[in-house]
Ligand binder design. Structure first.
Ligand code: IDP
Ligand code: MG
Length: 152
């Protein structure tokens, strides 16, 4: 079982695509264990994107993610990291497959609508950066779980 942090970025919320984006993860079968509407602080943005600190686009990236509210989701499922990233599509939306979120709704890397963690370790760490323990509900089960994934 893996955890991934999904962020509907400011452009996704502003364009009224939040429901469409969340729907795609939900219908894929990933289980929501946390969700909130929030403004990302500069401190959290710099921590979240620390790996990109030396890149020339870093200041622009921090400005973008802090510019307007986002919706953060913590999702759980088998292979949640890769499953979510294929649903999201490639980083540069003009290279993303049709049928993926970025391939269907975005054109430029500066406005690529959604974040998804890139490894199981980062999934756990990023969820912990965005959510307190009290905001996460990993224990709930859905009646359909046995029809979505093998129960281990
Ligand atoms: P990812 O979101 O697909 O994991 P990363 O390479 O981790 O992509 O980059 C993080 C975010 O930084 C991207 O989603 C995008 O918002 C932004 N970004 C990446 N590369 C560029 C770039 O070349 N110009 C502007 N923004 C970029
Ligand atoms: Mg990334």
């Amino acid at each position: 079982m893996e955890r991934t942090l999904i962020i509907v970025k400011p452009d996704g919320v502003q364009r009224g695509l939040a429901g469409e984006i969340i729907k795609r993860f939900e219908q894929r079968g990933l289980k929501i264990i946390g969700m909130k509407f929030m403004l990302v602080s500069r401190e959290l943005a710099e921590k979240h994107y620390a790996i990109h600190r030396e890149r020339d686009f870093f200041p622009k990236l921090v400005n973008y993610i802090t510019s307007s509210p986002v919706i953060a989701l913590a999702l759980e499922g088998p292979n949640a990291i890769l499953a979510a990233r294929t649903t999201i599509g490639k980083t540069k939306p003009f290279e993303a497959e049709a049928g993926s979120i970025r391939g269907d709704f975005a054109l430029e890397v500066d406005y690529n609508l959604v974040h998804g963690s890139d490894s199981p370790e980062n999934g756990l760490a990023e969820v912990a950066n965005f959510f307190s323990e009290a905001e996460l509900f990993p224990g709930w089960s859905r009646n359909v779980d046995p029809w979505i994934a093998v129960q281990r």
